[in-house]
Design a binder for this molecule. Structure first.
Ligand code: HEC
Ligand code: HEC
Length: 293
């Protein structure tokens, strides 16, 4: 057999191949060691005491889903949108937001399809409800599920278009200046009961200084400096305080958002948990890219 390799060559070939196989086997074994299954990792973290035991529902969502980056499927999001009580007591979102035809569906918002959720409100002002791939906590979809309208306890039935609401909105739009209009017309509204709805306490009953307690979010609505300073200036530091007024931009100002936006579903009590586990899951789906598969 003139063309066949010599016995010695054949032996070398076989030995080389064996090495490759052995090396591959080693690599596979290495991989298996590095990549624990998600269940193995969970048990490992339990043994190491890395898992906190706080909360019931929320604990499960945080520890088993969010922290372990399990992909949230659109199928689950679709179920939430179609299910009563999914984010706290109330009818399903899709009873009121089920098509892009604004004559039939509030804000021309279709929460019954993935495209509809991603498109957002189609009625003027048209707007997306979030940016896929980012933290949506301050975006309108999650805001509407978490943020109570102020004054706290204010009902959905009360208008957000009263002359007093418009005074605040216009003041912010005009640059939120510390002028005569502010001192005479705007500032007193924050310390007057029923200024933004019947049978409601003044804003300053709950937001009167930089100390919490008694002032919620360390927010002081009694002076121009306090309002412009913002919330949580003690906890976070003055430089990192949460700005509640963006001069010139009412839509971006938390004071205006809290005055004009009702929490969904309409009629939900402000005492219902603001961080419902399903709201956290919806925000996670958005952060993961709001994918439709
Ligand atoms: C009973 C009817 C009803 C139900 C149920 C309902 N909504 Fe609404 N929603 C409205 C109305 C009315 C508006 C417009 C008035 C307003 O902005 O408050 C609105 C506005 C919104 C907006 C603001 C859109 C924009 O561009 O201004 C979002 C976001 C929203 N709803 C989300 C939801 C979600 C999520 C659910 C389910 C938890 C839900 N809604 C349930 C009636 C409803
Ligand atoms: C009965 C108490 C109460 C009253 C009255 C009240 N608030 Fe609040 N406010 C709260 C609570 C509690 C929160 C925390 C969030 C929540 O529960 O929705 C809050 C949160 C806020 C925030 C968000 C702060 C942040 O860090 O994001 C703003 C802005 C705000 N309120 C403005 C107002 C304005 C303006 C008024 C008057 C129209 C008002 N509040 C009346 C209790 C109150």
């Amino acid at each position: 057999m003139p063309f066949s390799p010599s016995i010695k060559q054949q032996f070398i070939q076989i030995a080389k191949a064996g090495c490759v196989v052995a090396a591959l086997g080693f690599a596979f074994a290495g991989n298996a060691l590095a990549q624990r299954s998600i269940a193995e990792q969970y048990i490992h973290d339990m043994k190491e005491g890395k898992i906190s035991a706080a909360g019931a529902d929320d604990h499960v969502v945080q520890e088993l889903i969010i922290k372990r980056s399990i992909p949230i499927t659109y199928k689950y999001i679709n179920t939430l949108m179609n299910t009563p009580n999914a984010f706290g007591p109330g009818v399903a979102c899709t009873t009121c937001h089920n098509s892009q035809d604004a004559s039939k569906s509030y804000r021309g918002l279709d929460l019954s399809t993935c495209k509809g959720i991603n498109d957002g409100s189609t009625e003027k002002p048209k707007r997306a409800l979030f940016t896929p791939g980012t933290d949506a906590k301050r975006d309108i979809l999650i805001r509407r599920l978490r943020n109570n309208r102020m004054p706290l306890g204010q009902g959905f039935e009360n208008s957000t278009y009263t002359p007093n609401h418009m005074l605040v909105k216009q003041w912010i739009a005009d640059g939120a200046k510390n002028d005569d209009n502010f001192t005479k017309n705007v500032l007193p509204l924050f310390s007057t009961a029923n200024a933004f709805g019947p049978e409601t306490p003044a804003c300053t009953a709950c937001h009167m200084s930089n100390q919490e307690p008694p002032s919620f979010h360390e927010l002081n609505l009694t002076t121009h400096a306090g309002i412009l300073l913002g919330a949580d200036s003690v906890a976070k530091g003055v430089d990192k305080a949460t700005k509640v007024i963006i001069p010139g931009s009412p839509e971006k100002s938390f004071v205006w958002q809290h005055l004009s936006e009702d929490r969904m579903p309409p009629g939900i009590s402000p005492s219902e948990a603001r961080d419902h586990p399903n709201t956290t899951i919806l925000a996670t789906w958005i952060k993961q890219g709001a994918k439709c598969d």
